[in-house]
Design a protein around this ligand. Sequence first.
Ligand SMILES: *[C@@H]1O[C@H](CO)[C@@H](O)[C@H](O)[C@H]1NC(C)=O
Ligand SMILES: *[C@@H]1O[C@H](CO)[C@@H](O)[C@H](O)[C@H]1NC(C)=O
Ligand SMILES: *[C@@H]1O[C@H](CO)[C@@H](O)[C@H](O)[C@H]1NC(C)=O
Ligand SMILES: *[C@@H]1O[C@H](CO)[C@@H](O)[C@H](O)[C@H]1NC(C)=O
Ligand SMILES: *[C@@H]1O[C@H](CO)[C@@H](O)[C@H](O)[C@H]1NC(C)=O
Ligand SMILES: *[C@@H]1O[C@H](CO)[C@@H](O)[C@H](O)[C@H]1NC(C)=O
Ligand SMILES: *[C@@H]1O[C@H](CO)[C@@H](O)[C@H](O)[C@H]1NC(C)=O
Ligand SMILES: *[C@@H]1O[C@H](CO)[C@@H](O)[C@H](O)[C@H]1NC(C)=O
Ligand SMILES: *[C@@H]1O[C@H](CO)[C@@H](O)[C@H](O)[C@H]1NC(C)=O
Ligand SMILES: *[C@@H]1O[C@H](CO)[C@@H](O)[C@H](O)[C@H]1NC(C)=O
Ligand SMILES: *[C@@H]1O[C@H](CO)[C@@H](O)[C@H](O)[C@H]1NC(C)=O
Length: 585
Amino acid sequence: MGASSTGVLHPILFLLLGLGMQVQAMTTVTAMVGDTVTLPCEAKRFGDLNLVSWRVKLTDTSIEQLISYSSSSSETKMKDIPEYKDRILLNKNFFLNITDVGIKDERVFSCFTLVGSDIDEVPVALKVYKTPSNPEIMALATFLNEGVLQKVGVCVVNNSYPMPNITWQHNYKDVDLSSPDVNVTNNVVTNKNGFYEIQSSLRYSSRREEGKISFTCMAIYFEGLNKTASKESSPVTLLIHYKSSKISLEVTPAQDVEEGTNVTMSCSGDGYPPPEKFNFMKNGEEKVVATDHYGLINVTQDDTGEYTCSEQDNPDIKDAVNVTVHYLTLTMNPNENVSKMVGENITLECLAFSSGALQVTLMKKNRVYQTPLRLDSLQYVHSGTYTCSAKLVEVKEMKREKTIIVRVEGKPRITKLTKKVVNNTKVITCVVEGFPKPIVQWSINGTAPREESVKDRKSQWSHKITVQPSENITVTCLATNAHGQDQDTVNLTAMRFKEPVDETLEQDPADPRDKKNDGKNDQAKVIVGVIVGLLIAAVIAGVVYWLYKKKSPTSKTKTNERGTADEIKKINKGDNNHTSGSSAV
Ligand SMILES: *[C@@H]1O[C@H](CO)[C@@H](O)[C@H](O)[C@H]1NC(C)=O
Ligand SMILES: *[C@@H]1O[C@H](CO)[C@@H](O)[C@H](O)[C@H]1NC(C)=O
Ligand SMILES: *[C@@H]1O[C@H](CO)[C@@H](O)[C@H](O)[C@H]1NC(C)=O
Ligand SMILES: *[C@@H]1O[C@H](CO)[C@@H](O)[C@H](O)[C@H]1NC(C)=O
Ligand SMILES: *[C@@H]1O[C@H](CO)[C@@H](O)[C@H](O)[C@H]1NC(C)=O
Ligand SMILES: *[C@@H]1O[C@H](CO)[C@@H](O)[C@H](O)[C@H]1NC(C)=O
Ligand SMILES: *[C@@H]1O[C@H](CO)[C@@H](O)[C@H](O)[C@H]1NC(C)=O
Ligand SMILES: *[C@@H]1O[C@H](CO)[C@@H](O)[C@H](O)[C@H]1NC(C)=O
Ligand SMILES: *[C@@H]1O[C@H](CO)[C@@H](O)[C@H](O)[C@H]1NC(C)=O
Ligand SMILES: *[C@@H]1O[C@H](CO)[C@@H](O)[C@H](O)[C@H]1NC(C)=O
Ligand SMILES: *[C@@H]1O[C@H](CO)[C@@H](O)[C@H](O)[C@H]1NC(C)=O
């Protein structure tokens, strides 16, 4: 019965459904794939409702009734359409529930009612959406070559409905599709579920200054009537490879080196990745290939030359460096320690040979001499260490040094023999020069006193003794070395007498009276002395005259006279012991 009534209605409904689909403001229901959707029935259904029926246009030519309810039979009838089998049911308001919505459900459905004898039919459109998979960049290039329009990768977005748009980002900014450096091609297919699978290929021409670029792709898709959303891929980073525009050759330790050193030549380029394979040439002749450095061990003059290096696959760009191997020899004339006698002549010379400009100096104790240095009539002060040094101007730290010791030898000579009264003692100083160092012996009246101290000063040696003579004595200083001897004597008076002022008597510099002395005072003293002397002489003359007149023979012998005689004897004896020598200084 239900089947027949449906059959009767068919032509009318078909007509109405055609009209309904032309209605502009149609209710549209949206759903995500797999959802359960409820389509509202907007046709009149109140009053004497005889029939409610949901219909769908399956193809251009066939409209099918999906489900119907007849109030007369209180029966819901479902047409046996495989597509909707078990997926539809009629809600209590005669709304249509469709479960597990798919793309094929994106259709216009209509709700048909028969109220009394009035018929009504209102269409409802169903739109279906499917959220795409996360975009993924596949077939990623390993690097980009500068200036080549090169495939970066393929952005794959699967299972989307309706078709999404794919955009590419370059360092997180949309790529400029109008740029000649960019080319994007999209390949769109639909899979068996009707979902879109899009493969978007990006090709990009990079510049070296970009260094490395991060790429992402984005899928922009609908998830409602006017509602879009987006999904972004994980970023990928690509490095840009480029050739060297400049090659540089470095020489360590320096371009100018000393013979025997090790030299390393290193080549580098400004390309990326940094080039490692270079060819090295010397004077245009290939030396080593496919290496980043070239080492020369224990270089000789033969290694001097122009060295170049170039990238193995780009021989036009190269760098050249001149390497010079230097030598420097230094000898001294004389070339070993020398001993010379005082008064002899010597010439000292620095002899340097080198491959470059030289600085040669001859020095003795921070004093610089010209070379050759001619020393005529050698003195002891000429003794010492002479150093020649030669320095190469081109090569820092390339220097040589030669040192010899010049010894000036000679027989001893007493340069000074002095006495000095100090603190009630007499200090005798004997200054001797000569080399090798003379041995000094003292003798006083034949005995050898112990020496107090020895003080060396330059080529002179000072010897000192302190005595307190009770009688007038003679002191001898005897200096001896391998070349001979010298001696000198000095007379000392007994402590009780005042030392006669002679050239051997040193004034005590500590004596304030002496310090204050100046020419005028001395003159005044001399004048006073002369006057006093004259007065004394006059007095003595008077006394002598008086004594002569008195003529007393007993008063002639005095202890004083005897003592004086003894002392003279002693000094004579001392003089006899020392045959040679003089007090000349
Ligand atoms: C029809 O679908 C709605 C959701 O769209 C649901 O709430 C309701 O329970 C369903 N009705 C039946 C009878 O299954
Ligand atoms: C997308 O679909 C293609 C073909 O079905 C498949 O080979 C690929 O693995 C899928 N990719 C993603 C990201 O789902
Ligand atoms: C992009 O590359 C494809 C294939 O090489 C080419 O057919 C197309 O014309 C290019 N598009 C642009 C804008 O250059
Ligand atoms: C994709 O791009 C086209 C053309 O620009 C636009 O009409 C469409 O709405 C876009 N789709 C989405 C999902 O944004
Ligand atoms: C360096 O070369 C010189 C001359 O060829 C040779 O006499 C010397 O032994 C070498 N030195 C080393 C460390 O190889
Ligand atoms: C010179 O004498 C010094 C000190 O006695 C010594 O160290 C040095 O080796 C000598 N030089 C020569 C060349 O004999
Ligand atoms: C030293 O040189 C001087 C003149 O330069 C010369 O008269 C003298 O004979 C030379 N002495 C010796 C020992 O050669
Ligand atoms: C003199 O002798 C005294 C006592 O022995 C001493 O203190 C003083 O330093 C001496 N003076 C000199 C100049 O030696
Ligand atoms: C000097 O020597 C003689 C004899 O050896 C001795 O008699 C005399 O006392 C000595 N004089 C002094 C000052 O030592
Ligand atoms: C030392 O005295 C003796 C005799 O008195 C004298 O012959 C001699 O010339 C004196 N020597 C000096 C250096 O004064
Ligand atoms: C000792 O010398 C002093 C001064 O030179 C002199 O006056 C005195 O007569 C001398 N004595 C003897 C014993 O020679």
